[in-house]
Design a protein around this ligand. Structure first.
Ligand code: PGA
Length: 250
């Protein structure tokens, strides 16, 4: 199938520059023999520091967001050009905290996705339903909409640089994880949506990460599912003690 496991750490708005450097350095050492693909996404202010540490290692450098325009009068935003300049390879787009706390909609997210792909970045497009949407039986409807609209206008060629992260919002930072079976059902569904849009071969190659309270003691069960190809880890990515066992799950 050609898919591999891809474990990413989203550090969110945590850590000073010194703390980021310490964690990145420790991960470089601990993961150098790791068998999977890895990524860390520090805050914008810590990207340059972490970039120098992970460059040339098996850990990719990710940003947690980007502006929807290349440059201009956008106070407080960060451009893809600036991210590229720091060695960023991947941009996380449409994280649930961006969607729900900062009110980013599918159209804005789609604009960011296309801009990032145009500049040669890998994109991790996050999708996932709220608890009330799950309870109303709308999981597939929401995930399909976020996938289709997020990827509108993305070519088959560019899809090769897209990873999807399924992160049920009710599982993020709550300690509640989707069961491997529940997560697998959504992953399989999203792969079907991609097959419809881009064909079966592209769908089989797509990496779909799971996110939402991934921990050392649940990572292996989640990764054992056929359509779960990795993890986007928040809280547990902030310490080597918890991230390394996830990254080295077997
Ligand atoms: P969590 O966050 O692992 O702390 O639940 C996941 C995420 O938001 O990517």
């Amino acid at each position: 199938m050609g898919r591999h496991y891809y474990i990413a750490g989203n550090w969110k708005m945590h850590k000073t520059r010194t703390e980021s450097a310490e964690l990145a350095q420790a991960l470089v050492t601990e993961l150098k023999d790791g068998k999977h693909e890895y990524l860390v996404a520090p805050s914008f202010t810590n990207l340059e520091t972490v970039s120098a540490i992970v460059e040339g290692t098996n850990i990719r450098l990710g940003a947690q967001n980007c502006a929807c325009e290349e440059q201009g009068a956008h106070t407080g935003e960060v451009s893809v050009l600036q991210l590229k300049d720091l060695g960023v390879q991947t941009i996380i787009i449409g994280h649930s905290e961006r969607r729900h706390t900062y009110k980013e909609d599918d159209a804005l997210i789609n604009k960011k996705v296309k801009l990032a792909l145009k500049h040669g970045f890998e994109v991790i497009l996050c999708i996932g339903e709220l608890l009330e949407e799950r309870e109303a039986g709308k999981v597939e409807e929401v995930c399909e909409r976020q996938t289709v609209k997020g990827l509108e206008g993305v070519s088959a060629e560019d899809l090769a640089n897209v990873v999807i992260a399924y992160e049920p919002v009710w599982a993020i930072g709550t300690g509640k994880t989707a069961t491997p079976q529940d997560a697998e059902a959504v992953h399989a569904f999203v792969r079907k949506v991609i097959a419809r849009l881009y064909g079966n071969e592209a769908a089989q190659k797509l990496i779909i990460q799971y996110g939402g309270s991934v921990k050392p003691d649940n990572a292996a069960q989640l990764m054992a599912m056929e359509n779960i190809d990795g993890a986007l880890v928040g809280g547990a990515s902030l310490k080597t003690d918890t991230f390394v066992p996830i990254a080295k799950f077997s």
